[in-house]
Design a protein around this ligand. Sequence first.
Ligand code: GLA
Length: 434
Amino acid sequence: MGTAALSGLALALALALALPSAALENGLALTPPMGWLAWERFRCNVDCRADPRNCISETLFFEMADRLVEDGWRELGYEYINIDDCWSAKQRDAMGRLVPDPERFPSGIKALADYVHARGLKLGIYGDLGTLTCGGYPGTTLDHVKQDAQRFAEWGVDMLKLDGCYSSGEEQAEGYPEMARALNATGRPIVYSCSWPAYQGGLPPKVNYTILAEVCNLWRNYDDIQDSWDSVLSILDWFSANQDVLQPAAGPGHWNDPDMLIIGNFGLSYEQSRSQMALWTVMAAPLLMSTDLRTISPSAKEILQNRLMIQINQDPLGIQGRRIVKEKTHIEVFLRPLSQAASALVFFSRRTDMPFRYTTSLAKLHFPEDAVYEVQDVYSGKIISGLKTGDSFSVVINPSGVVMWYLYPMVLPAQPWHLVRQQGPSEGFHPVLL
Ligand code: GLA
């Protein structure tokens, strides 16, 4: 190598070192994270005297970890057990460090991390970039970012949800990338979940999804989920209305997060529970359950443990699906392209009268001509063999329910079609062949 080339290299190296890197590049969350998160179901219940079984304490997390392992969740991929707000003491210690509440977490977070790691699980924790967390516990102001990242890493934490209460837009624009760098600098792989966009309205120009994908592994875009069907619908509506912006932002290592699964709680009927699972799966959403795994019903468990559903959610291509049809009859169709030329379709009914017979064809849903598919109903397991693109078919969809299909081609069309990754709304959204 000549001296000119060498000095060119040296210059490039010097530039690379001098430039602040905003990229997370931690190689984590290549598929949407799966696990359990305390917030929606257990909130900020800190009254362990009156309610020892349900308060935010180490016991709750030990018990949920046991359930994840013993009831088949871990084997299916539900590996994170995540603490949310209200875990810490109301004050930092004399050295300015975060400390867990001594009465509710007497063993400390490190012991909890050791416990879950010994069982093949991972531990998530919660912080807030601001003066206080949303629940009023000590926040991570800019001067504490490095210290807190270090502390989480020392404890053996595997995921951080960084909320954004009590901070300004400017502080967030500085602090969220700063935490990404601080986490990377610890050398410990820590999945980074940012609430940043949710505090900025979730849309451009205030939210830059290109930057976000370089900073965070997943991010909350919108309002908190509550234990009601109305809440699920409002989230779905917002994600669908803004899918042209949101859908291209997702991919391996960087995901939109429409918030927790509330299946198993009090607000959703059986049909609505199946709908949340199917819709979150086509949206390539993280599958973070917030429910009491000690008392969950067999039917809720069956929905959450559907193997084909999880396989679709975890598809390695990591392409988020889209709503492709919105009928006047209040039927909507969602499509998610999957690896190996497969796809998932969700037929969703917003009707409130009776089961609706919806007739369509794969041609109408923009599938390539001349292909023949094997179809598996994701919930019933029934198989339809030899469905041609031009064949008309009907599905019967219950009120506020779904029919979900997994399709893979038995015969490919003569002309391979091309990957369609990011399209304008007018061009439609097609299944892909890689
Ligand atoms: C915010 C977040 C929720 C939860 C609470 C905790 O509202 O969006 O997910 O973490 O704070 O106080």
